[in-house]
Design a protein around this ligand. Structure first.
Ligand code: LLP
Length: 432
């Protein structure tokens, strides 16, 4: 989190003071660093520079228009999973012909939308989906560009909810059936076989699962190029990031030092690039978390300190509806004071939100500098799967989002109002 640093005890994002931002925009508040986003994108691109490549940012990680616009300007492509994400990408200035469309349940409407927009490829996950796409494309008198998602059946060594490359996951076609799948698809008049795709999971911190999966896929990928003239191989996303001590340990430099047990970007590139070069194909990457995870924080204010019998609860105004990762995956996010207090003692606390669920916590039994009512805290590494997974649960309005750019703070999402909350709902005129 190299763009988030303390200066004279105050946490800054680039040159912007986070406490001042919280005063101006209220809390909870998401703040992103454009410098970090751009530098992660460029570093990945550089590490892969021996390849004919395209980095397609996984929009699901952070779909804010400001973030997408920044990446579109860098020349990124986009990995989308819904018509809504395609709509966002185009609104943000992204190009349809750089988009790959993933997901197991594309609707006819989404297929029509994406075909008309001219996306780069549909990542197909099942036979009935292929049949539907063929029919839709024929009706439109178009050929749908397709990459089949092949499941290499490797262990990603990550949380079970975000592991996708095993045979028991719902994703992709088994490698053993993939040849037959391509043969069938090649005879379909509405289908143009453009590539092949895999994605084995998310938050993968070791290079081995990637290299294993690629090694398993290579003979097949080579045969596809020969037999069907495919032009690209997408190796998915999943590159893990450092979540612990992201500020204090200088984890900003994680790609240089693997102090944290997380592979460096060079480790990742060095195990995959040589074999991928041999394919002679364009290689697509679909990183989400790597690009934005450590580029965002969630600022929240402490409202109450509740001394319970066996615990101290620090009750903050952000909830699981704003950042659901701890509740859903028991994932760790560092929490730091926005303004450091000199000589603060440490205290073991639970940091919890206002939502009426016991799962609404950000930290449990965590040793933190003593916090007081009114203090601001920053929940770190919240740029990926934070706001994007936000909801209105408990009728809580979605927070504002800020994109910092040097000394400028751009409001890239306005805090929702109560009117926003009920937009599109109706009070019925009941008959009796
Ligand atoms: N490509 C495909 C096909 C995917 O399913 C995903 C993520 C990505 C790329 C991007 O993966 P990344 O580079 O961000 O690891 N909500 C969870 C993560 C879910 C990931 C779903 N798929 C979390 O907060 O950890």
């Amino acid at each position: 989190m190299h763009s988030f640093k303390y200066k004279s005890g105050r946490l800054k994002c680039e040159s912007v003071d986070l406490a001042a931002l919280a005063e101006e925009h209220g809390t909870p508040l998401y703040v992103y660093s454009s410098e970090t986003i751009i530098s992660h994108y460029r570093r990945l691109d550089k590490a892969l520079s021996d390849l004919d490549r395209r980095i397609c940012f996984a929009v699901k990680a952070n779909s804010n228009l400001g973030v997408l616009h920044l990446l579109a300007r860098e020349g990124a492509g986009f990995d989308i999973v819904s018509g809504g994400e395609l709509y966002r990408v185009l609104k943000a200035g992204g190009k349809a012909n750089t988009c790959t469309f993933a997901g197991v349940c594309k609707t006819e409407e989404e297929m029509v939308q994406a075909l008309n927009a001219g996306i780069y490829s549909f990542n197909i996950e099942s036979e009935p989906e292929l049949d539907r796409l063929n029919a839709v494309a024929r009706r439109l008198k178009l050929k749908a560009p397709v990459a089949v998602r092949v499941n290499p059946d490797v262990e990603a060594d990550t949380h079970k909810y975000i592991s996708t490359g095993k045979s028991e996951n719902k994703f992709g076609i088994p490698l053993s059936r993939a040849e037959e799948f391509y043969a069938r698809a090649s005879k379909m008049p509405g289908i143009h076989l453009r590539g092949v795709q895999m994605h084995i999971g998310s938050q993968i911190t070791k290079p081995t699962p990637f290299s294993k999966a690629i090694r398993k896929m290579l003979p097949f990928v080579t045969a596809l190029r020969r037999d069907f003239g495919i032009e690209s191989f997408s190796v998915g996303g999943g590159i893990g990031i450092v979540y612990e001590q992201a500020i204090e340990s200088g984890a900003a430099n994680w790609w240089k030092s693997s102090h944290s047990g997380c592979m460096t970007l060079e480790d990742y590139a060095s195990v995959i690039v040589p074999s991928l070069t041999q394919t002679g194909l364009k290689i697509l990457f679909e990183p989400g978390r790597l690009i934005v995870g450590n580029a965002g924080v969630l600022i929240s204010r402490v409202h109450y300190i509740k001394e319970a019998e066996s615990k101290t609860f620090v009750i903050v105004d952000a909830g699981m509806n704003d950042l659901i990762r701890p509740a859903l995956y028991e994932s760790h996010h560092d929490i730091v004071p926005v303004i450091k207090r000199n000589g603060a003692k440490f205290q073991k606390v639970d940091v919890v939100g206002p939502v009426c669920e016991s799962g609404d916590f950000f930290a449990q039994n965590r040793l933190l500098p003593t916090l007081r009512q009114g203090d601001l805290v920053a929940i770190l590494s919240a740029g990926a799967y934070g706001a994007a997974m936000g909801s209105n649960y408990n009728s809580r309005t979605l927070p504002a989002e800020i994109l910092v750019d040097g000394q400028h703070a751009h409001l890239v999402r306005k805090r929702q109002s109560f009117a926003d909350l009920i937009r599109g709902e109706y009070v019925p005129k009941l008959k009796k």
